[in-house]
Ligand binder design. Sequence first.
Ligand code: AN0
Ligand code: CP
Length: 321
Amino acid sequence: MKKIMKNFTCVNDIENLQNAVKEAIDVKKNPFAWDTLGKNKTMLLVFFDSSLRTRLSTQKAAMNLGMNVIVLDINHGAWKLETERGVVMDGDKTEHILEAIPVMGSYCDIIGVRSFARFESREYDYNETILNQFIKYSGKPVVSMEAATRHPLQSFADLITIEEHKKTAKPKVVLTWAPHPRALPQAVPNSFAEWMNATDYDFVITHPEGYELAPEFVGKAKVEYNQRKAFEGADFIYAKNWSAYAGDSYGKILSKDRAWTVDTEKMALTNNAYFMHCLPVRRNMIVTDDVIESPQSIVILEAANRVVSAQTVIKRMLEAM
Ligand code: AN0
Ligand code: CP
């Protein structure tokens, strides 16, 4: 059956999760089975923000499908873009995004976009203003490579990794906040929560007071403010820092409390849980050296699965063309 996928921005774009994981495992086993699917097709990857994994894994995924790939760092070599309509462009911005997007779209068949939350306005970020302009004006299928509110390629890779490692049908998965020196977006935890809520796992979120995620992402998850209690019996610990979402504290750091760092003593409370993090990770802020280097740490396998999630998504888009 042909699966139509126009854009990939959230869990709903993947439809049946079990089928998607099965397809991903097939892709992983035989990555070159579809190496002519993307012949003479071009993937353009546009970065407004830094990346190591997303840049390399998405490129590799498209190459495995026989595509040509172009990567553009907007902030290095392209013109400075104005993103607001109606602005008199007499400042340092040379080009408007409303021309730049359809031009970029005219050079490719699929377009990937990375554009983080800016923290200037919660409304601007949570409306996914930049990503939605790409969807509206590029004329091509759009893959989110982490937008303001979600990081679906990461969450899909996380789900694949959990499915590969789980020892029970419904593992206990704990998303834990951990400290970080800079204000980070909620995209990774939002997205992880959205994907976990689409499974039947026992899903728990733990964070200090004030770090509540948007209710639409918390969904049916259990929120436990006592990190140690949350860790009890966990099969997977998924660590991530995020800044506050709520009202006036949106985008702010409320705590850098290293009592929340994931360490050996806390991991001992779990059911010999696997440790996960999307990377890049700050050692001894988010997680101690001992935990990230332990045999239970699957962060490298998790990152490797980014090729698998991206290839499954791009394959579906090519099949729908
Ligand atoms: C980004 C974030 O937290 O969204 C990207 C993670 C994949 N992390 C940093 O900026 C450190
Ligand atoms: N996990 C992840 O998306 O990493 P990069 O920011 O390096 O792409």
